[in-house]
Design a protein around this ligand. Structure first.
Ligand SMILES: NC(=O)c1ccc[n+]([C@@H]2O[C@H](COP(=O)([O-])OP(=O)(O)OC[C@H]3O[C@@H](n4cnc5c(N)ncnc54)[C@H](OP(=O)(O)O)[C@@H]3O)[C@@H](O)[C@H]2O)c1
Length: 251
């Protein structure tokens, strides 16, 4: 493995002088400085341009009540009804969508749906399917189940919303760095697996568009991918993903 800039326990050990021990106070100070840098300095500098832009660019706001209902339409979303996902599902229910949610824990996600219903929103339907983006197998299984389900006979909207940040360099069972796989690669695979059904839906609607929405973050500006540092090459990564797609679509 050829990785630079990786914050591991092993590396920290090699930087210490033989026989030296850090005092707890020094370790505490280092941790505080690390968090201060990560969340305050780096976070603020990344978000500042958008915060300033928000002051003078007013995004158009359309009242949800003024939008047409989508009673026959289906949305597929990754992640459960919490965080940003909570508000997305709430709006989709208000528009009377059928929502297929790919979630890790169905019971916890049901609690989110109950909270949305508690706002007095009776419209919209939900179907839960298990999905853990940490595994390409789980993504394939989820896509298969969506495509085989009655609800998934059409897909008008795909929301690649789930995401996480692992500040430690950890590998997934597929031997890929975890943040890269969960946030990007698994969604790339899922989009490819569902794309034929999305295209069929466009045809069903006489050419009216369907939409794919990828939720991202300004935090991506703070990093860059060095493809030479991936544990598997870019080419074999593409091969893995396209062979997964072929197996599932039969093309
Ligand atoms: N909040 C912000 O200020 C902000 C800013 C910029 C970008 N974003 C982006 O917006 C999206 C949503 O963020 P959020 O703030 O709503 O985050 P959040 O509250 O932490 O929710 C993240 C969602 O992703 C799901 N998830 C995480 N790892 C998963 C995995 N391995 N497999 C399946 N689902 C997984 C979680 O599922 P569980 O419920 O099972 O944990 C949860 O539903 C993310 O893509 C994030 O990068 C957020």
């Amino acid at each position: 493995m050829n990785i630079s800039n990786v914050d591991t326990e092993d590396e920290e050990q090699t930087l210490k002088m033989p026989g030296s021990t850090d005092s707890p106070l020094r370790i505490l100070f280092q941790k505080i400085m690390q968090y201060f840098w990560y969340y305050v300095i780096s976070g603020t500098s990344i978000a500042l341009p958008s915060m300033i832009k928000c002051l003078y660019v007013k995004a158009p706001v359309i009242a949800i009540e003024k939008l047409e209902k989508r009673s026959d339409q289906v949305a597929v979303m990754t992640g459960g009804p919490r965080g940003i996902g909570f508000d997305i599902v709430k709006k989709l229910f208000q528009l009377d969508y059928t929502v297929i949610l790919g979630v890790r824990t169905i019971a916890v996600s049901q609690e989110g749906i109950d909270k949305i219903r508690a706002f007095g929103i009776p419209s919209g339907r939900v179907k839960f399917l298990n999905l853990d983006l940490i595994s390409l197998n789980s993504v394939q299984k989820f896509a298969k189940e969506v495509l085989a389900s009655e609800e998934g006979s059409r897909i008008d909207l795909l929301l690649n919303n789930a995401g996480f940040v692992n500040r430690n360099y950890e590998m997934t069972p597929d031997n890929i760095e975890s943040t890269f796989q969960v946030n990007y690669l698994s969604h790339f695979l899922l989009t490819n697996l569902l794309l034929p059904r999305i295209k069929e839906t466009v045809a069903k609607k006489g050419g009216d568009p369907c939409h794919i929405v990828n939720t991202s973050s300004h935090a991506q500006r703070a990093g860059k991918i060095n493809f030479n540092e991936l544990e598997i090459s870019y080419e074999s990564l593409l091969k893995t993903v396209s062979s997964c797609s072929r197996k599932n679509t039969g093309n």
